[in-house]
Ligand binder design. Structure first.
Ligand code: NAD
Length: 290
């Protein structure tokens, strides 16, 4: 059965599965329009943390969209109940393949037949999540990869290989109506998305330039700011994300492409061995101790 956007989608709930760093932010964006936004997370602490975050952030965000009424957040501790009558479900659970395969299998069984099932995974193309999803269900599965809304509002949409093109068209048309999200269609399956692949290359070369002793993190950040007008250079940005996370990502890319230079990973190891993980440890390429 071909997909068509339900005519009553505005009256049906949007569901977020997993209310961590990204899940709570996706829910925030979805709450910038009238309607019900449901959050499911097995952790009650995480559910209330997400709710607090949204209630705190939403007024500022809504101020950018005069005349809009806010969405209604409802917290759930049961997946089946949470997905009842949903028109779209965003998965934002930890980056563990088996966990994600299981949740997509459950969503295929319990979500409405026409619900879009969107994964926020940063490294798994949705084609890797559908092993236990029915043939019919696969036409509704897609990657919808967010960054850090409401500051970074790009969303990358990528087919699982079976996704009905109308599912992608619906996301492209509809997401901009939620807090000004800006969707981009990834034209072909990719490990890593458009922006984070390009950003990975920039990070890698910056690290290599330091590893070769050609420049320093401070000077590279300064030259970036002078030449591009950005407010924060790549090394400060890496400190924000966490150098352990940056290393994990780089190691993953290196398993896919063994010819990548080793200098960036060696440099990151040196910092991490000294406990310099970035902002979260008080020191990385820069010191954040007061
Ligand atoms: P996180 O660890 O902050 O949050 C994960 C949440 O999922 C937690 O609240 C946890 O309680 C919950 N959870 C665990 N098992 C669950 C289950 N079976 N069902 C429902 N919820 C469950 O993780 P995160 O950083 O928000 O990442 C989530 C996803 O978003 C990952 O796939 C990641 O690749 C992707 N992502 C993360 C970022 C980022 O910067 N953190 C950016 C883009 C995409």
């Amino acid at each position: 059965m071909a997909y068509t956007k339900p005519t009553n989608y505005k009256e049906r709930p949007i569901v977020i599965i997993g209310a961590g760093t990204l899940g709570m932010r996706i829910a925030l964006m979805m709450a910038t329009r009238d309607g019900e936004v449901r959050i499911y997370d097995p952790s009650s602490e995480q559910r209330s943390k997400a709710n607090d975050f949204i209630q705190q952030q939403l007024p500022n965000l809504l101020a950018r969209f005069p005349g809009r009424s806010k969405g209604h957040i409802v917290l759930f501790d049961d997946t089946c109940k949470a997905v009842e009558n949903a028109w779209i479900i965003f998965e934002a659970i930890p980056e563990k393949l088996e966990l994600k395969k299981k949740i997509f299998s459950d969503l295929d069984k319990f979500a409405p037949i026409d619900a879009i099932l969107a994964s926020n995974s940063s490294s798994f193309p949705s084609s890797q999540l559908i092993e236990q999803v029915s043939e019919r269900g696969r036409t509704r599965v897609v990657n919808a990869h967010f960054y850090m809304p409401p500051i970074q509002n790009a969303v990358e949409i990528m087919s699982c290989g079976f996704t009905d093109q109308e599912v992608i068209n619906t996301l492209m048309d509809t997401l901009p109506t939620y807090g000004g999200l800006v969707p981009f269609e990834v034209q072909k399956e990719s490990i890593g998305f458009i922006f984070n692949r390009v950003w990975a290359a920039i990070k890698r070369e910056c690290l290599e330039v330091v590893a070769e002793g050609i420049s320093t993190p401070e000077d590279i950040d300064r030259i970036f700011m002078v030449n591009t007008g950005i407010s924060m250079g790549p090394f400060r940005e890496m400190d924000q994300i966490g150098l352990d996370v940056i290393l994990e990502i780089e190691e993953y890319y290196a398993t896919l492409n063994p010819s990548l230079p080793t200098g960036p990973r060696e440099l990151l190891h040196k910092y991490i061995e000294k406990g310099k993980l970035g902002v979260k440890s008080g020191c990385g390429f820069y010191s954040y101790k007061t």
